[in-house]
Structure formats: C-alpha cells, structure tokens
Design a protein around this ligand. Structure first.
Ligand SMILES: [Zn+2]
Length: 424
C-alpha cells in the first residue's frame, strides 16, 4: 500500500539583526537552569558565543561552554561531546555555529538524555535505527553560517571513522525547539565557507523539490515508523521553491560583499526555508553521494577552513554531484526540473523536455563558477580509480538515496561519479 499522509514539522524560528541577545529569555521560557553552550574552537571567543553566554547568565542560567566541536564531526568527536554532556547534568543546550556544531549538540543532548550504545540510534543499515524514546532537553540553535538549515531539522550527520563515510541520526525528537536567525552572526563567514554553505542550501531545495513524491513511498506499518524524510509534498514544495529563488538571487552578492546585509540576511532565511522543506521531504542522491566524498578527503583543504585535517566541506561535496544527478533524474519529471531551472533564472521557453536535466545542470554549473567552487571531483583530488570506493560508500545511504525519483544501482552511481569528475 502506498503512503497517503505527510507531516510538516519545524522548529520555532526567531529572526532579526541582533536578536541573539534574547537567547537567555528564550532558554528560561523553556525551563532550563543549567545550559551547555556548544561551539567549535574557532568561534570560542567570538562575539556570538560571548553574547550567548552573557545573555544566558543575565537570566540566571548557569551557562557552561563546550568549545571542542570538530568541523565535519566524527563518531569520536560526537562521543567526546556526549561524555562532557553526560557529566555536566545539563537541562538545556544552545549551539552556536554551523551544521557541525548544531549536530554535535543534538547528539550530546540525545545520549545524555537517553544513554545507549552509540550505534543504537544511528541510521540503518550502519546503525540500529532505534527510535528516540521520548523528548530530549530543550535546544536552541544559533547558526553562524547560512547553510545546513540544521536549526530546523531532526538530523545529526557525522563521519563514521571506521567506514570513511558519513551517516547520521534522524528523528523528529532531535529537532531544536528554536532557531535564532541573526544576520549579525554570519558576517565573519570566510568566502569559501559562504559559497559551500550557500550551495548546500540550493541543493537542499532542489533535492527536496525533485525527490520521490511522498505518495510514491510505501506506507509505514504504523505511524511511529513514518520517516522524517517523507518525499516531496505540496507544502515542502513551497519552501523549496522560495529557497531556490532566494539563493539564486543573493548568493553571489553575499559572497562578494560581506557588508551586503540584505543579501546575507536573504541567505540566512533561505537556509531556514530550505531546511523546513527538506527537513520533511528529504534530500536524495547529491547528498547520498556526498557522504563518501567528504569521508574520503585525503589532501584537500579549502581556504578559510581548519588545516589540522583534510576537509571537503559538506556543501562542496554535495554541489559537485548535483549537476550529474539532475541530468540523470530529469526524465522522471522533466517539467519539475524545468521549473527548478526557471526558479534559478533560466529562460526555459524553448527548452525541450529531454533537455530539462541539461538545463538545470547548466544553471548549477554557472553558479559554481561564479562562486569559485572547484571544477568537479577531479579538482579536489579524486580520480577514476576512486569510483568503486565512492560507490561503496554511497550504497548504504538508504535514508536519502531511496528518495531519488529514479532508482540508482551501483552501476548508475559509478556513472554519476564519473560524470561529476569535471564540468567545464
Ligand atoms: Zn546539506
């Protein structure tokens, strides 16, 4: 039997320049008396973190700082934060940073609230996929990048070091109670980080718009088993549509001029819009394929990122696969792919349906060039010899690859990685 229902869940959103100062009030409303503030070493003494700590303390909340988040976190860095959280007896969490930080806070909160073996809650087939037993502690997310939209989703992604691939924990209960979107907090984002996170937003929206429709999925045996990522649906489409327009119209300006408050604010909102869409509809192959790409980083370090370990930023690993994927999926729904290209500013009036994938791919490639993203997987150190390992890493990503509108077997994935090697 096919699915007949879909749900839209999201965090409460508070938006405004300078609104970070209200986090103490909001945390107190949620009942917390002792809060863990989670961030990464680069942001530990930054203005947003200082402001969060003082705002919490001003409301009488005992605020403790954990500043050891790893950018592109691993099971090991998650466990480090979990141990800190378990020892600290916290009844609230505030994350200040990018997706890595928000996801680390979600994991710390989950395992401190419901201790378990690490793989128990991790997505199958890599983990056991056990549902979260109940509500976790209140979590307010304060993003400092306009990217993951993690403030609106119940997903925490990490690198499983033994497998060299990313996987995650996904459950509605992990969604933060509130996302505080403050454009002041994204002013210091390095250019490549702004490009990578902004193109991640674009891909979230494009993937959720083109994902397998929710009513093409099999119905769950019982409501508790309905996945967080349900497939494209009429409400997620609205959020994705708007996000695609906002990113396409603002990303270049936001990167070139960090003082362009309007463009930067639009990107921060677009990240949340896309997050509301994909947090319910899901993403598909560009993300599924990105996990082994990031996990197999061996030599690449983009400008503006930590240099203590090789790093392929999440958004970069996603967007490098996207043009290849949309050429492959367009035949399932050419009109929807053409619609996406139009939202990106392409005049599709004379474009034939069989060219829909090419039109959308070209629109993405144009933005990649304008934002200074490397030319395909080859440019970040991959060769044809890596394709079997990349395929092996992408195959277990069922949670997302199953939402591809066109099923992708191992040989399809190999062809997609091949196509993603070079674009111009
Ligand atoms: Zn993403």
């Amino acid at each position: 039997m096919k699915e007949t229902a879909f749900t839209i869940d999201t965090s409460s959103i508070k938006y405004g320049p300078g609104v970070t100062r209200e986090v103490g009030f909001d945390m107190r409303q949620l009942g917390a008396k002792r809060a863990l503030v989670v961030t990464d070493p680069r942001l530990a003494s930054s203005e947003p973190v200082t402001l969060v700590l003082s705002a919490l303390r001003a409301e009488g909340i005992d605020a403790v700082l954990y500043d050891q988040v790893r950018v592109e976190p691993t099971d090991i860095s998650f466990e480090h934060a979990i141990a800190f959280a378990q020892d600290g007896n916290f009844d609230g969490y505030v994350s200040v940073g990018g997706g890595s930080t928000m996801d680390t806070a979600k994991a710390a909160n989950l395992y401190a609230t419901y201790p378990a073996d690490f793989l128990d809650y991790v997505n199958p087939p890599i983990g056991k996929g056990m549902p979260v037993p109940g509500p976790v502690r209140p979590h307010i997310a304060v993003p400092t990048t306009a990217g993951t939209g993690s403030e609106t989703t119940g997903v925490a992604i990490f690198d499983l070091t033994t497998m060299h691939t990313k996987t995650g924990i996904a459950h509605r209960a992990l969604r933060p109670q509130m996302g505080i979107l403050d454009p002041h907090n994204t002013r210091t984002l390095p250019k490549m980080a702004a490009a990578s996170t902004g193109l991640d937003v674009l891909s979230h929206a494009l993937e959720s718009l083109t994902a397998l429709p929710y009513n093409s999925r099999a119905a769950p045996e019982r409501p508790a088993l309905r996945p967080a990522y349900q497939g494209a649906n009429p409400i997620s489409d609205i959020w994705a549509t708007k996000a695609i327009e906002m990113v396409s119209g603002n990303i270049v300006r936001a990167i070139q001029d960090p003082e362009d408050d309007a463009a930067r604010s639009a990107m921060l909102l677009a990240a949340a819009y896309a997050g509301i869409g994909f947090g319910n509809a899901g993403v598909h192959l560009p993300h599924g394929m990105s996990y082994p790409v990031s996990g197999m980083a061996s030599e690449y370090n983009p400008p503006g990122y930590p240099t203590d370990h090789p790093i392929i930023p999440h958004g970069m690993s996603v967007i490098l696969n996207a043009p290849a994927v949309f050429r492959f999926t367009a035949q399932t729904n050419p009109q929807r792919h053409l619609y996406a290209a139009r939202l990106m500013g392409v005049d599709t009036s004379g474009v034939a349906e069989e060219d829909a994938g090419a039109a959308l791919a070209q629109a993405i490639i144009d933005l990649m060039q304008k934002t200074g993203v490397p030319n395909g997987l080859h440019a970040i150190g991959f060769t044809e010899a890596d394709i079997p390992a990349l395929v092996e890493g992408a195959l277990p990503q069922h949670r997302v690859t199953k939402l591809s509108p066109r099923p992708a077997a191992a040989d399809d994935l190999a062809a997609l990685f091949q196509d993603a090697m070079r674009y111009w």
